[in-house]
Design a protein around this ligand. Structure first.
Ligand SMILES: [Fe+2]
Length: 137
C-alpha cells in the first residue's frame, strides 16, 4: 500500500473558493484512502464519494472555465472525461470482483495520487494562469 500524507496547500489555489474547497476535499479523500484499512464496505463508500465528487466538481469547474473564456476548455473537458472513464472501469471491475478490496483500493489510491499531482498542478493551473492574466490586463 502507498503510505503518504497528502495535503492541500495554498500555492495550489486556483483563485476560486468553491473549486479550492472541492480540491481540499479530494486531497482529504486521498489522504484518508492512503491510511485506510481496505474493506469491502469502505471501497464502496470511496467509489460512491468519488462519483459524487466527479459530478459536482467537474461541472463546477467547467462552468467556471467557460465563463472565463478559457481557450483550453475542450482539452480540459477531455481530462475530466478520462477520469470519468477510469472511475467507471474501476466501479465495474469491482462490481465483478468484489472479493479483492485490497487490490482495488491500492489501484484507486495510486491512480488518484498521480491524477491529483498531474491534474491540479498542471491542468487546473492553466486556467488559473489564464484567468489571472485576464484580470491583470
Ligand atoms: Fe479540472
Amino acid at each position: 500500500m502507498i503510505m503518504t500524507t497528502v495535503q492541500w496547500t495554498s500555492d495550489l489555489s486556483v483563485g476560486d473558493r468553491s473549486i479550492d474547497d472541492d480540491h481540499k476535499g479530494l486531497f482529504q479523500l486521498v489522504d484518508e484512502l492512503s491510511h485506510a484499512n481496505m474493506s469491502h464496505d469502505y471501497i464502496n463508500v470511496i467509489l460512491d464519494r468519488l462519483k459524487k465528487y466527479t459530478i459536482e466538481h467537474f461541472s463546477r469547474e467547467e462552468v467556471y472555465m467557460k465563463k472565463a473564456g478559457f481557450p483550453g476548455y475542450e482539452d480540459h473537458i477531455k481530462e475530466h472525461a478520462n477520469f470519468n472513464e477510469w472511475l467507471e472501469t474501476i466501479r465495474s471491475t469491482y462490481a465483478r470482483f468484489p472479493q479483492s478490496p485490497f487490490i482495488i483500493g491500492d489501484s484507486v489510491n495510486g491512480y488518484l495520487q498521480r491524477w491529483l499531482r498531474h491534474h491540479i498542478l498542471t491542468e487546473d493551473m492553466k486556467y488559473r494562469d489564464f484567468i489571472l492574466s485576464q484580470k491583470k490586463s
